[in-house]
Design a protein around this ligand. Structure first.
Ligand SMILES: NC(=O)c1ccc[n+]([C@@H]2O[C@H](COP(=O)([O-])OP(=O)(O)OC[C@H]3O[C@@H](n4cnc5c(N)ncnc54)[C@H](OP(=O)(O)O)[C@@H]3O)[C@@H](O)[C@H]2O)c1
Length: 495
């Protein structure tokens, strides 16, 4: 559906003075703040109907627009976008001036129609209305107040119009803040702005945001070096590219993407992030599925391939087996031939964990599983994936097979206290503390791992994820539920 934007204002200057600026199709870099440089192509005059202006915005975007009509009697011009790095499609705009007899002022009407990629209608309407038209009104007023006549520039003559995309401007962004460290209710929704993307960055309209247990640690203030009180949590999201900072290649406005990165801030509706964090989304992967599986699926991928080096017949113990990481990891491990035992806190979770690859499930709220695991695996687990932490410390050690590997993945019950080499020596065991961001530190590593996750979804290795959805504003409910151990599968905030 075509979008329509209409804005008008009254300028405190005579019509001929305003028209002298606006009829110059190559004047906008002299008065509109978002335009960096502009030129008329093919040495045409800037009042020649059919001429094309080629201009660069201050954020690096490039646009070519063609002058379609110019009427000096009606004080009216029409122009359209012929090519742009911004996602405005079939953009046609009209500028019309009329004299206001009262006070020798000028009525300026500016309107356009255009199409947009699905889901970007509102942002782009807002950008055109506020960033181009309303900002343009103010910029022209200032230009005229300051003397206001155009600088001569080569042989170009004055001509109509103006219009630059507003993409150098901040955009409204709803976001969640950790008002102070504490329980789930410290998460507060507020209106803010997402700055234009800097060099190397991509600005994304986020549709779905993955909730991870690390977000809870950050909210509680367990990792202050990562998130100061007042900051916005969230490590991953999926959505649509709005615009690109200087030097970004391989992505275009309108592309569907997902990202993860080591700097929190994903609990927001619009965000600029380094392009290095971003992976394109296949058409078959919806935004909420991507937000539910990117970080957690990549975690399963590096645990299996790199840290646990899974092999057929290996005995894996996976805690929180019906959780976000748990379901993906169990299913993938089983597919690769491992034998998987899970722990969960309810019979319902046990049923789901079995459906996702666990050959045996220990139901325990108090983290009592070692004897059961020793019995079932006849000698303990070769690999333990421990997202529990301190409360399961002794049990994990007791569940470990000789020469087993204990992966300290997270601390849902509290931070795992230091473990001495002498203790591990008793079982010739090894311990690791890996972090997903280290395994996605380069764009190549990220996209390779993301692709394996999308492939695993496509070939059925990973089932369609179970997702609990909350609105972005309801982030505190989502956290409370995750911490209450009630969720199964992934939790996603919908922006
Ligand atoms: N290092 C990394 O790269 C990395 C990446 C992703 C996740 N992680 C870690 O992996 C673990 C799972 O993360 P996730 O995001 O997928 O969360 P999740 O597993 O969906 O949720 C946490 C689960 O932990 C279990 N749990 C046991 N005791 C708990 C307690 N006292 N409080 C709360 N939960 C408790 C619950 O399952 P039951 O009720 O069934 O026991 C709960 O559902 C977390 O420890 C997280 O920090 C680490």
């Amino acid at each position: 559906m075509l979008q329509k934007v209409v804005r008008s204002t009254v300028i405190d200057a005579p019509i001929e003075r305003v028209w002298a600026v606006l009829r110059d199709f190559n004047s906008h870099d002299q008065w509109h703040d978002v335009v960096d440089t502009s030129r008329i192509e093919a040495n045409e005059r800037s009042d020649q109907v059919g001429c094309v202006r080629s201009f660069t915005l201050k954020d690096g975007n490039r646009i070519r627009e063609q002058l379609l009509t110019l009427d000096d009697t009606a004080h009216k011009s029409t122009y359209c976008i012929v090519e742009a790095t911004v996602p405005l499609q079939r953009y046609v705009a009209t500028v019309t001036l009329k004299p206001v007899t009262d006070g020798n002022r000028t009525f300026w009407h500016w309107e356009s129609t255009f199409a947009t990629p699905a889901g970007m209608e509102r942002e782009l309407r807002d950008m055109v209305a506020q960033g181009v038209y309303e900002a343009g009104f103010e910029n022209l007023r200032r230009h005229l107040r300051s003397g206001g006549d155009l600088q001569p520039r080569g042989s170009a003559r004055t001509a109509p119009g103006s219009a630059a995309m507003p993409l150098a401007l901040p955009l409204p962004s709803r976001r969640i803040r950790v008002a102070r460290y504490g329980a789930a209710d410290v998460l507060q929704a507020e209106d803010g702005e997402a700055a234009a993307p800097k060099a190397g960055e991509v600005r994304i309209r986020q549709r779905a945001i993955g909730v991870n247990y690390i977000d809870v640690y950050l909210r509680r203030g367990w990792i202050p070096s990562m998130l100061a009180a007042g900051g916005t949590p969230g490590m991953e999201a999926a959505g649509t590219v709005i615009d690109l900072g200087e030097g970004v290649s391989g992505l275009r406005p309108g592309d569907r993407v997902a990202y993860l990165g080591p700097v929190p801030g994903a609990y927001s509706s619009v965000r600029s992030v380094p392009a290095e964090w971003v992976a394109r989304l296949p058409a078959a992967v919806e935004d909420d599925v991507a937000a539910a599986t990117l970080l957690k699926g990549i975690t399963a991928d590096y645990l299996l391939r790199d840290v646990g080096r899974v092999r057929p017949g290996a005995r894996w113990l996976v805690h929180a087996a019906a959780g976000g990481v748990g379901l993906l990891l169990c299913a993938w491990a089983r597919k690769l031939g491992a034998r998987v035992v899970g722990t969960v806190s309810s019979d319902e979770k046990a049923r789901i964990a079995r459906e996702h690859g666990c050959e045996h499930v220990v139901v325990t709220r108090e983290h009592r599983f070692a004897d059961d695991v020793q019995r079932h695996f006849n000698g303990g687990a070769d690999v333990i994936v421990d997202g529990l932490g301190e409360a399961a410390r002794e049990e994990n050690f007791n569940a470990l097979a000789p020469c087993g590997h204990w992966i300290s993945l997270g601390n849902a019950t509290g931070a795992l206290q230091p473990i001495s080499p002498g203790w591990l020596l008793q079982k010739s065991a090894t311990l690791s503390s890996p972090v997903a961001f280290a395994y996605t530190a380069t764009h190549g590593a990220l996209t390779e791992r993301a692709q394996r996750v999308w492939d695993a979804l496509a070939d059925g290795t990973l089932k369609r994820p179970m997702i609990e959805r909350y609105s972005l504003d309801a982030a505190s409910q989502a956290h409370a539920r995750l911490e209450s151990r009630a969720t199964m599968g992934s939790v996603v905030l919908v922006a």
